[in-house]
Write a protein that binds this ligand. Structure first.
Ligand SMILES: [Fe+2]
Length: 396
């Protein structure tokens, strides 16, 4: 892909993998979009603390101006809980809403999707767990509400696909929920909405996107569509993440990150790897930020995964614009970028204790991302990876 910075801000409508309205300022089309989709009374779903942020206010003003009745559910936790989803379902049904508009970061996307999964049927949320074989039967009487996604961080990439990571509060573990016939109806990628994202969240969510692209590309299955998306995402994210960290108001860099994050999100339909397996379980127990946790675990897992994967490593390095294509150089560049964006050395620095390593490793072994990791891992090795992530020091 040739990245032309004067063209990157031109509005575009893409139709794959779902309809995508891309371009600065496109949030203003929300009312027309609701009317086109027959949406009369949407419930806005967002994460705790986002209800009063400029993007939420803007969305509410636009809906008010368009005379569209709505309400806001802003009780989604940073790591969404099954109890949040139950509350959201109740609000959706009590208010007789006909659609969800999910706006915010990954937790808002996942919260909105999970509420849609259960809103119109009597199934339990965990009936939609990814590994279950007996998929819930959804027919014309209980079909999913319409869903519009509006990401305001460039990282999660959760806006175009159907899966959501939710914490099971009884088990203290995160699980993936989804349904094969459910997808967001449309997404608005408006980079202006990401301009106010604080620097730390810009870096952390950016590292989530980088991790998605790398882990998806390394999944050992034949899927050229997802691989192409992963590599295009790597080009964009590695080019623009340092820029957007230094120049938060650079709209071209914000645009590049938002598209890169979206592409990386599509690429992980192929699967993910051990960075996510570990990060999911750390997040479920210690409520750490998902992107930050991934960033810290990424070099540790790459040291394990990349051994003997010279060709894949070279392809990743090439697409990250590196001249030297070795695993050592790739990992050291990632660690340099972590240092440059003020990401801590290890999970201990963000409050994860060493004595959780065995328990976290056991939980991570059954995470769905473990099965798509390029290398099989023993419990002992998994525990080593967790320990190194908790106490490790960067080598660069
Ligand atoms: Fe992620």
């Amino acid at each position: 892909m040739f990245i032309n910075e004067s063209e990157i801000l031109q509005p575009q409508d893409w139709s794959f993998p779902i309809p995508i309205m891309y371009g600065p300022g496109r949030i203003v089309e929300i009312t027309d979009l609701c009317l086109q989709h027959g949406i009369r009374k949407p419930l806005i779903v967002t994460d705790k603390g986002s209800e009063k942020l400029p993007f939420s206010i803007k969305l509410q003003e636009l809906l008010n101006n368009g005379k569209i009745t709505f309400d806001v559910f802003a009780d989604i936790s940073p790591n969404p809980l099954d109890t949040d989803i139950a509350k959201g379902k109740k609000k959706f049904l009590d208010g007789a809403f006909d659609a969800v508009i999910a706006i915010g970061g990954g937790s808002a996307m996942d919260g909105g999707k999970a509420i849609c999964l259960v809103a119109n049927n009597a199934y339990d949320l965990w009936d939609f767990e990814y590994e279950r074989k007996d998929t819930p039967q959804i027919n014309a009487n209980n079909q999913f509400p319409k869903l519009i996604t509006i990401p305001t961080t460039a990282g999660t990439g959760a806006e175009t696909e159907s899966t959501a990571m939710i914490t099971d509060t009884k088990k203290g573990m995160k699980f993936c929920v989804w349904h094969h016939s459910f997808k967001p109806n449309i997404t608005i990628l408006d980079p202006e909405l990401t301009l106010t994202l604080p620097r730390n969240l810009t870096a952390w969510t950016g590292f989530d996107a980088l991790t998605h692209a790398i882990e998806a590309f390394l999944v050992p299955s034949f899927n050229p569509l997802c691989d192409a998306m992963a590599l295009e995402a790597l080009k964009l994210v590695s080019k623009f993440l340092p820029v957007v960290y230094d120049e938060p108001n650079n709209i071209s860099a914000r645009a590049g990150m938002l598209v890169g994050s979206c592409l990386a999100g599509v690429s992980f339909l192929k699967g993910l790897g051990l960075v996510h397996s570990i990060s999911h379980m750390i997040g479920a127990e210690y409520n750490t930020h998902h992107g930050l946790t991934n960033a810290i675990v990424l070099p540790v897992v790459l040291r394990f995964n990349l051994e003997g994967m010279d060709s894949q490593t070279a392809t990743i390095a090439q697409n990250m614009h590196l001249e030297e294509l070795s695993a050592a150089k790739l990992i050291s560049e990632i660690e340099k970028l972590m240092g440059r964006t003020d990401i801590p050395d290890n999970l201990g620095e963000i409050g994860v204790p060493l004595d959780c390593a065995h328990r976290i490793a056991k939980k991570a072994m059954v995470d769905s991302a473990t099965s798509t990791n390029p290398k099989k891992v023993s419990l002992m090795r998994m525990e080593d990876l967790v320990k190194t992530s908790i106490i490790g020091k960067r080598t660069t």
